[in-house]
Design a protein around this ligand. Sequence first.
Ligand code: ADP
Ligand code: ZN
Ligand code: ZN
Length: 780
Amino acid sequence: MLVPFGRRTVTGYLLGPAREPIAQTDPLEIKHILDVLDDSPLFPMTMIPFFKWIAAYYMHPLGQVINTALPAGLNLSDIAILTIEEAGMQAEASSPLAPLEKIILSALAKRPLDIKHLQKESDQPVSWALIHQMRRRGWIRVDRRIRARQIRSKTVRWVTVKETTVDANRLSVQRKSIRHMLETEGDLSIADLKTRIPTAPALIRAMQKAGQVVVYQKEIYRDPFGDPIQSDTPPRLTAEQAKAVNAMRPLLGKGFKTVLLAGITGSGKTEVYLRLAQAALDKGLCVLVLVPEIALISQIERRFRARFGETVAVLHSGLSRGERYDQWLRIAKSAATIAIGARSCIFAPFGNIGLIIVDEEHDTSYKQEGGLTYNARDLAVVRARHDNALAILGSATPSVQSWYNVTVGKYETAGLSRRVNRQPLPTIQTVDLSQSRDDRGIRRYITKPLRQEIQKTLEDGNQALLFLNRRGFSAFPICGRCGQPLRCKNCDITLTLHKRLNAFRCHYCGFSKAAGSACPSCGSEKIRLLGVGTEKIQEAMTRLFPRARVARMDRDTMTRKGAVVSLLKDLKNRRIDILVGTQMVAKGHDFPGITLVGVVCADLTLNFPDFRAGERTFQLLAQVAGRAGRGDQPGRVVLQTYNPDHFSIRAAKAQDFKAFFDQEIGFRKALGYPPYTRMIAVRISGKDSQQTAAHVRTLGENCREMQAKDGLFRKQIQVMGPIEAPLSRIANRHRWQILVKSPDTATLHRFARELILGHQAVSAGARIKVTVDVDPFFLM
Ligand code: ADP
Ligand code: ZN
Ligand code: ZN
C-alpha cells in the first residue's frame, strides 16, 4: 500500500493494526494509508511472524526483509504506469489548470508513461502527492505493471477419438489404424501420430471434418533445451525407498519435525521427495522444494514438473522479472500448490505448508551474500517450525552442522545406501602429486596416469570432465616436499600470502609468518604457491590431445547469457570431448557420455583459508565423482593430490560422510568452531583508508570494553580481530572484519547488537559501512 513517510510517499506493507494511542499525551500519531495497491495480499498473514523472526535473527530492518522476500520490481516507483482517463482529457481541454498539471496531462494524452519518463518529458520533478491528487480527481489512472515479457505457454495439438456410428469396416486402412491407436492407447499428439504414420496430419484433418475425432490444444512445459517435459508415471519404489517414504509419510500434518535424508548419489532421493509431496497434496497441504542455484533448470525441477504439471510454480534467477511476479501470484492465489526454486523460494507465499524439502542441503548457494545474509537451508527449518510442517534435508554429503543436529537428537534421519540401478560407485584412483614435483611445466599437474586415462576415454569415444577449483586465491603456500600447507598456529587455517607485507598471514586472527619461512613439518625451504588455473589446463589439453574438442566452463567463460545452455547442449550432443571446469561443473548435471572425471588438484579446496575447507573438499569431491558413470558404462575418477592420506580425501573416495564427520567433528570441538559455537562477522568498509582504520580501531576497543564490563561477554565471547579482510580492497573500499564467536547464541547476538549500536554512536556522519553477517560462510 502507499503510505506517507516524512515528505515522501512510499510503498509499505500491512502487518497488522496500529496500537491505539494510550493517552491524550501519547506522541503516537497514526497516519492514514493513501492507497491499497493490491486487491489480494502478496503474502499470507501467517508469514509475518516468520519475517519478524528473520529481522531479529539476522539483525536486518523488517521492511527490507519483506522487500528481499518479495519478487523484485514491486515498488511502486519503478513499475507504476500512469494513464490518462476520459475526465483527464476533458480537464486538459477545458479546466483551468496549474502549469505542471497541464504538462502532465498533455504528456499522458499522447501515451501512458511511468513517473521516470514523465519527469523526463516534463523536464521537472513530479511528486507522488500531485499524481495521487490527480488520480483522486479521476483524471488519471495508476496501474502497477511489470513491463517484462509475460510467459507464454506452449501448446501442442492432441487428438481424441469420438464415439460415432460410423461402421469401422467402412473406414480406410489408415483411418482404421489411427482409430485403433487412439482407442487402445488413449489420446495422442499429432506429432506422435506423425512419427508412426507420416500422413497423419492430413488424415486427422479429414477425420475431424467427418466428426470421427476431436482435436484440442494441450499445454506443455518446456525445459531450457526446448524439449517438452513428458509427464511420467511413478515407478515402483525400491525396498529402501519404500522404507524411507513409509517412515516419513505419517509425519505429515502432525506438527514440526526435521528429517535428514542421507542417500548416496543415484540412490533415488528425488523419487522419495515426489512421493512425500504427493502425500502432502493429498492432505491438502502445500509443498516447498528448495534446490541449489545452478545455471539451468535442475533435474529435480524437471521431474516435479513431469509428475505434477501445472500445480508446480517455479522461482529462480533464470526467470525474468515478469515471469517471477506471475509465478509469485500463482502461489499467493493458490493456483499452484508446489513451489520449486533456489534459495529465495523459501519466501514462497503459501499459507498452509505441510512439507519443505531442501535438496543438496549442504550446498553453499543456500547462503545469500550481501543485503539480507540469510541461509535458506536454516530458514527452511525455521519456517517449518512456524508452519508446523515437516522439513526434509536431503544430501549424499550432509553438512557437518546438519549431521551434528542428528547426533544431538534435534533431527531425525532416514537413509538410502544403494544406487537404484545397483550400479557400483565409480572407482577412484588417487595420484600423489608430490611424486611429480620435479616434472616441468604442466606435466606437474597433468600426470601420466591422468594422461593415459584421458587418452583411453577419447579412444572409446567417451567424454572426460576435468575439475579444478581455482577461485580467487591462487597463492596457497604448500611445502613442495611433504605437501603440508603452512597453517596458522592459533586457528588451523591455511595462511595466505600478502604480497605487500611479504608475509603469510592468517585472516582469522592476524598471525603472520615471514615469506621466506621453511616448512614447519619437514624443514624444507621449497615452499610452493599453488597457482594453476582452468585456463592453463584447457590450453594443455588442446596441446596434448590436438584432435579432441576441448571446452571450458567457469565464471570467466560463462558470463554471456545463454553461454551455459549452449555449452551443456554441446556436451549432451557429444560435440565436446573434454570439458575443463570449476565447481560449476560439479553440480546436478547428468550426462551419460561422461565416463572419466579428473580432479586436477584437490588441494586447492583443501587448503582454502576457511575452517570449512575440509568439509567443502569432501563434499565437492564426492559430488564431482558422482558425475562419472551416470550412463550404462561404469565411471572412473582420477584424483590428484599432495595429500592422498588426508581424511577428507579418503572419505570422499568412499562417499562415506560419517567417516568424514567423525574425524572433522573432533577438530571443530577442539578449536571451538561451529557447530560447537556460532559466529557473526562484522564487516567494515570505507573509501578513505585512514578514516576506516580509525573507525575499526574504535570498534575493536569497544569490543574489549564491552568484555571488560560484562562478565558473560568475557566468559562466552571470543573476538578475533579487527583484521584487514583477505580481499582488502574491493571497488576502492578498504575492507576489515571482526569475527565474533560464542557457544551461546543469545549472548552472541546481544554482543553484536550492542557493538552495532556503539558503532552508530561513533560513526556519526562518517562514510563507513558496517554490516553484520550472522552465521557467515565466506570469510573473505
Ligand atoms: P539421487 O537424487 O539420490 O542422486 P535420483 O533420484 O536422481 O537419485 O535417482 C537416480 C535415477 O534412478 C534416476 O534416473 C531416477 O529416475 C531413477 N529411479 C529412482 N527411483 C527409481 C525407482 N524406484 N525405480 C526405477 N528407477 C528409479
Ligand atoms: Zn614439508
Ligand atoms: Zn589465526
